[in-house]
Design a protein around this ligand. Structure first.
Ligand SMILES: Cc1cc2nc3c(=O)[nH]c(=O)nc-3n(C[C@H](O)[C@H](O)[C@H](O)COP(=O)(O)OP(=O)(O)OC[C@H]3O[C@@H](n4cnc5c(N)ncnc54)[C@H](O)[C@@H]3O)c2cc1C
Length: 640
């Protein structure tokens, strides 16, 4: 490979091994193609800057698993598409093992979830999936596209003193990225030509289900949203816009449909598809229009500094090329360590590896708590104690009940082979209709007595014909009878900021130690709110009328408080490199710049000081747009 002068200089000056292959230079190198990094890389390339996007996973943008909405859970457990971390909810093993999902690994490598594991089984913890593919976790998530309460944006503005984070300014980023497919085009606060499709389930699929409407009508009454609405009234109420620009939209308990990041034909709309369309666009002579290079199977191991005196400045990234190198990849093989590569960034490096990997990459690069880096023999470049602290998640807990009469079986005519010949697959592929288009349906907002302001602090989703109980090996195959109705109750405004991501070793292929430190002492309000949420769900079951009543409640399986404490789960990990002003308690400033380092930013879910609302992906897409503007503005200033 031809090595340019500045690449050679990098090899000589920086901490990179000179045996590594050096790529051509790029204006920007982005690490991670998820909700934060993917759109940012595409946007920068569309503005004419050369971008190298390093993605540790492969490319599954056109796979059925990432495009068919009902296959999302299978994608999140697919070894080629997702990483499987094991995390700790509690550092005390006795507390941790009270969770029925607690997982052990047997000597033959297989897993066992629950109490009384076989002898010699090794405790692993709680399974935690993350998308590891072009498009990141946004390729395997449930696609709930839910804007956070305005108060969450205003909190960042207050914390940083940067008013551009105020909710009234942030809305423009949603309008820019959204391509709404269900509202009239003059609806304020929405976008209709952005890169991300937004759509809702087709309620006509559940229209025949009188039982479903009976439960929703009862829930609306119990919530004070409406009083015994008829089926037609329920349909009308469900159609209210869950992402309306009304600043008080979290102040009223209510049930609507979920908005989903689905396109017009109800396929997943995603950063992966946006990246692909950016690469595929050509001029009439066939040459690539935008200078974007996506390097898959490329595990970034550290950012590289120039060694000149003065402020620390990042000049590139070292990475390993090879498939399944990371140990959270269930296909990984100790013997295969990939080939070392170096990418040179002429302008900046942007880290967007997500809440577990971004702090790991920073620490491996020598940016983090000094004592921890020294413990693993990592030369300290910039001491930054907040890296890997403040890890947060929305707690989530389920309530389920079996009705006395079956609900309408939406999937009755599907073989679930997800291949030609499966009538539901054929319908999905041909017309973009049918049961395979469905994502989470109901979206219920409830303000518990623990809310810190006028906003709802609980966000339920759920419905008939399905089940969601959190994560353990095999979770994506969980089934329930057609009479099952389930609610998943998501806590917002979490008081727990005690989570940590710490290194296990200096090996970049190793997974970090992830501790959420659930329900720390003195933070009882999260627990109390979850209990109130479960009480509401049980109250709804209790008030539904025959023939669906009485309900046989199958979850919770213990007292409400114990259930919330030991059976809660999460999959919205965020905040592990938070934004702020104080260098002791935050990692980046309000322009995403890592404190004390030049040419290095973080743009992903780890920068939120607290988890935005109940579903972080919409807010992560929005900060990716905001970061685009800031980076472009800084680039323009450099030219002047
Ligand atoms: C099963 C599941 C369901 C979810 N459902 C919802 C939902 O319905 N609504 C919602 O709002 N949120 C949901 N989420 C959460 C949401 O998807 C994430 O919060 C969001 O995608 C985070 O974006 P991110 O950019 O921070 O990280 P990610 O989207 O996870 O992207 C990080 C990317 O970086 C790559 N990477 C990591 N380390 C390296 C490295 N060293 N080198 C190169 N590449 C690297 C990863 O492979 C990945 O592609 C769900 C998540 C999961 C797992």
């Amino acid at each position: 490979m031809k090595v340019s002068n500045s690449s050679l200089a990098l090899c000589l000056l920086a901490t990179a091994s000179c045996s590594a292959s050096i790529n051509p230079e790029y204006d920007y190198v982005v690490i991670g193609s998820g909700a934060g990094g993917g759109p940012l890389a595409a946007n920068l390339a569309r503005h004419g800057y050369s971008v190298l996007l390093l993605e540790a996973g492969g490319d599954h943008v056109n796979s059925s698993l990432t495009t068919i909405p009902v296959m999302a859970n299978i994608a999140a457990e697919d070894p080629e598409i997702s990483w499987q971390f094991f995390v700790n909810h509690y550092s005390d093993p006795d507390e941790a093992q009270k969770d029925s999902k607690f997982t052990w690994q047997l000597t033959n490598g297989s897993y066992f979830a629950g109490s009384n594991p076989p002898p010699d089984a090794k405790a692993r913890g709680i399974l935690y999936p993350r998308g590891a593919t072009v498009g990141g976790s946004a390729m395997v998530n449930a696609a709930g596209l839910a804007l956070p309460p305005d108060n969450d944006w205003n909190h960042i503005a207050n914390l940083t003193g940067d008013n551009s984070w105020k909710s009234e300014n942030m809305r423009q980023y949603f309008e820019r990225l959204e391509s709404n497919h269900f509202l009239s085009k003059d609806t304020p606060g929405h976008g209709f030509s952005g890169w991300l499709g937004s759509n809702r389930n087709n309620l006509s699929i559940v229209r025949p289900d009188d039982g479903f409407f009976q439960v929703v009508s009862t829930a609306m009454t119990a919530l004070g949203d409406s009083y015994n609405p008829s089926k037609d009234e329920v349909l009308k109420l469900l159609h209210r816009d869950s992402n309306s620009p009304d600043g008080n939209r979290f102040e009223k308990n209510r049930i609507t449909e979920h908005t989903l990041h689905h396109d017009q034909k109800h396929r997943r709309s995603s950063p992966g598809a946006y990246l692909k369309s950016t690469i595929d666009e050509t001029y009439s002579n066939g040459t690539q229009k935008y200078p974007l290079t996506v390097s898959t199977n490329s595990l970034a191991t550290k950012v590289l500094f120039n060694n000149s005196t003065g402020p620390k400045s990042v000049v590139g990234v070292e990475y390993l090329k090879g498939a399944a190198l990371y140990k959270a990849d269930s296909r990984s093989n100790e013997a295969d360590s990939g080939s070392a590569m170096v990418a040179v960034a002429k302008r900046e490096v942007i880290v967007a590896g997500g809440a577990f990997n971004t702090p790991q990459i920073l620490k491996l690069s020598g940016i983090g708590p000094q004592a921890e880096l020294e413990e693993f023999g990592i030369p300290v470049q910039v001491p930054l104690p907040a890296v890997g602290t403040n890890l947060q998640d929305n707690y989530e807990i389920g309530v389920e009940g079996l009705a006395s009469k079956d609900f309408f079986n939406t999937f009755e005519n599907c073989t679930t082979a997800f291949a030609p010949g499966d009538p539901c697959f054929d319908e999905f592929m041909e017309t973009g209709t049918g049961p395979y288009t469905q994502g989470p349906m109901l979206s219920l907002l409830m303000r518990s007595s623990q809310s810190e302001n006028a906003d709802a602090d609980l966000w339920f989703f759920g419905g008939a014909n399905g089940v969601f109980r959190g994560f353990w090996p095999g979770w994506s195959n969980a089934t329930a009878p057609v009479s099952n109705f389930w609610w998943s109750i998501v806590k917002m405004q979490m008081q727990n900021q005690a989570g940590t991501v710490t290194l296990r070793s200096a090996d970049p292929r190793d997974v970090p130690e992830i501790n959420f430190n659930y329900f720390p002492e003195g933070r009882d309000s999260d627990l109390a709110a979850l209990v109130e949420g479960m009480e509401l769900a049980l109250d709804i079951f209790g008030k539904v009328e025959a023939p669906w009543a009485p309900f046989n409640v199958t979850r919770p399986i213990q007292s409400l408080e114990e259930e919330a404490k030991y059976e809660s789960w999460g999959h919205h990990a965020s905040c592990s490199c938070p934004m702020g002003v104080d260098q002791d308690t935050s990692c980046v400033d309000s322009h995403f710049r890592v404190h004390g380092v030049k040419n290095l930013r973080i743009v992903d879910g780890s920068v939120f000081p607290r988890v935005p609302g109940g579903f972080p992906v919409a807010a992560t897409f929005m900060i990716s747009e905001k970061a685009t503007d800031i980076i472009l503005e800084d680039a323009r200033k450099l030219v002047k």
